[in-house]
Ligand binder design. Sequence first.
Ligand SMILES: [Zn+2]
Ligand SMILES: [Zn+2]
Length: 351
Amino acid sequence: MQSSQDREPAPAVHDHGGGVRSLRVPIPDNPLGHTLVYVVDTDRGPVLIDTGWDDPASWDTLASGLTACGTSVTEIHGVVVTHHHPDHHGLSGRVREASGAWIAMHAADTAVVRRTRGARPERWFSYMTAKLAAAGAPEEHIAPLRAARPRALPGLSPALPDRDIAPGELLDLPGRRLRAIWTPGHTPGHVCLHLEEAHPAQLPGHGRLFSGDHLLPEITPHIGLYEDPDDTTVTDPLGDYLDSLERVGRLAPAEVLPAHQHAFPDAAARVRELLAHHEARLTDLLALLAEPLTPWQLAERMEWNRPWADIPHGSRTIAVSEAESHLRRLVKAGRAEAVPGSDPVTYTAVQ
Ligand SMILES: [Zn+2]
Ligand SMILES: [Zn+2]
């Protein structure tokens, strides 16, 4: 494909066959590059699976991509959102305004949207500073958050969905069989969408799976904690994620249509790779937990895509939540435990 600096490149539309196309909607300043927004034809007009980041250039790409598909943003019948993250749900409100489309999301992620809309940034910053302190983060990491003048954060006013996506049920899409598969882990209400129709190129397997961020061909999604300032439930997002992986593996779709990167066959093989990856990582962490460590100390010692010293502030915060989700899993599985009386709490492997 040719690219040009002084000219808008042609909208990247890919026809997956069987009334399914994808649009590459850019995510500004993000190494992921773009969200794949899927356009699914129905008897009532096109339905979008995810919408992309709320940014003028992303909106233009979405609108011109739909034109290239022979339709228009005003024709959209509905929006099915895999999860609440802004690279998926960001433009849903604008699509609804332009078209009158409904927006559907799993109730657990709608709850996050409702909370985000209601929360003041100050509340979020105070929650995060307390949480990082409890995880053993040094003052030099917490101080910038405490000093931050809370301003509007990106994605702070996401659109409130109109419909719940009910797990296990077919969505109300005239002429199509699209079933919601609840796959919590990356977010509490993440869903994959199983198109229960023969593969247009007769690939072996059962239909096609829109996998959102749950199952991606070359990267693993971030699994942190379900950060909810108002809920003290000790959740286990990594445990949820591993269960959700097995669930989609059992569907044995002929092809996976993910929200980033590219489509791929053999979901079961990718699921096995990811399960093995996480088991290896948990085993590595147990070795580190031969000595008692706070979540922060564990994050410092874990393997990342670059040395800890090179990881910027915001990514360190994300890394700590990932360390915590692994600790939760180990504790729930009885493989690690909190050291009684430690403050901040340290964890150690169960001998
Ligand atoms: Zn996501
Ligand atoms: Zn994403």
